[in-house]
Design a protein around this ligand. Structure first.
Ligand SMILES: [Zn+2]
Length: 276
């Protein structure tokens, strides 16, 4: 039996952690966060969203132990498997999550096209893809501002230059725009972060229809209940139950005139294509 996976792709800082938490509240969907980081999370025994290290989290404990055990048995064959899930391992983990939760749809927010391509190659995966976009100026602000909150992966939170941020936003979104020609139209949908925050019910209903599920009002009520995401934005650890959706448009005030000009010259053409 094929396992249905909803893959969230796009740039970081585009609301994928937020979206995955809301999707996870659907009784037929379970979010695993950024599955690509699972080997790293196991190696560091890092906490998932529930706050427990994976070895103590009841969602991940057995899956992590199974994966670590198989790797020990096969050790010596390949050094690269230490930091990334192999293709077989990827399917095994997804299948284990499906069997453990009974959910029809597994949500993976690994985001990169390389991770999407790995899933595409798996014949046991029934793949649906969301290209999550955010106004590039919001991404630019988010990637260039100094970050105050602590996270479990402080190294990925380091600010980058405006040129680098714009380059990454362009490259990643163009890669996903190219997927329009590589995936059937009923397997790829575009979701704008701003539309989701302004009208979560409409966007969540649209996503449910896309993956063949009925919208469930629990998605708007349950907040962080029973969430075990790997990776993702550090804010999730600070959440209690209800999540307040607030559109972050601080870029309007906080981007410098130079940054706005740079974006206008280099990337506004693609921003307009997404309706910004
Ligand atoms: Zn957990």
């Amino acid at each position: 039996m094929k396992t249905r996976v909803l893959f969230i792709g796009g740039c970081g800082r585009s609301g994928s952690t937020l979206l995955s938490v809301f999707l996870n509240a659907h009784p037929g969907m379970v979010s695993v966060g950024e599955l690509k980081f699972l080997p790293e999370w196991i190696a560091r025994d890092a906490p998932c969203t529930c706050g427990r290290p994976v070895s103590a989290c009841e969602f991940w404990r057995d899956i992590a132990a199974g994966l670590a055990g198989r790797r020990r048995a096969e050790s010596g064959e390949s050094g690269e498997s230490a930091t990334r899930l192999g293709d077989e391992e990827l399917s095994e983990v997804i299948e284990a999550v499906r069997d453990r939760t009974g959910c029809r749809v597994i949500v993976d927010s690994s985001k990169t096209v390389a991770d999407l391509d790995r899933l595409k190659r798996r014949e046991d995966i029934d793949l649906y893809v969301i290209h999550l976009v955010r106004d590039g100026r919001g991404y630019l602000r988010s990637r260039t501002k100094p970050v105050k909150h602590s996270t479990v992966r402080p190294e990925v939170q380091e600010p980058v230059s405006a040129v680098k941020a714009i380059g990454r936003w362009l490259a990643t979104n163009l890669e996903y725009s190219r997927q329009d020609a590589r995936l059937p139209p009923d397997r790829l949908m575009r979701v704008r972060y701003e539309d989701f925050v302004r009208d979560p019910e409409s966007e969540l209903a649209r996503i449910c229809g896309f993956v063949g599920l009925e919208f469930d009002p629990a998605m708007l009520e349950d907040g962080m209940h029973d969430c075990h995401d790997i990776g993702g934005n550090g804010w999730r650890y600070a959440q209690s139950s209800a999540i307040r959706l607030e559109l972050d448009e601080s870029w309007r005030r906080r981007l410098s005139p130079w940054q706005k000009l740079l974006f206008a010259v280099g990337a506004s053409w693609l921003n307009r294509r997404y309706g910004y």
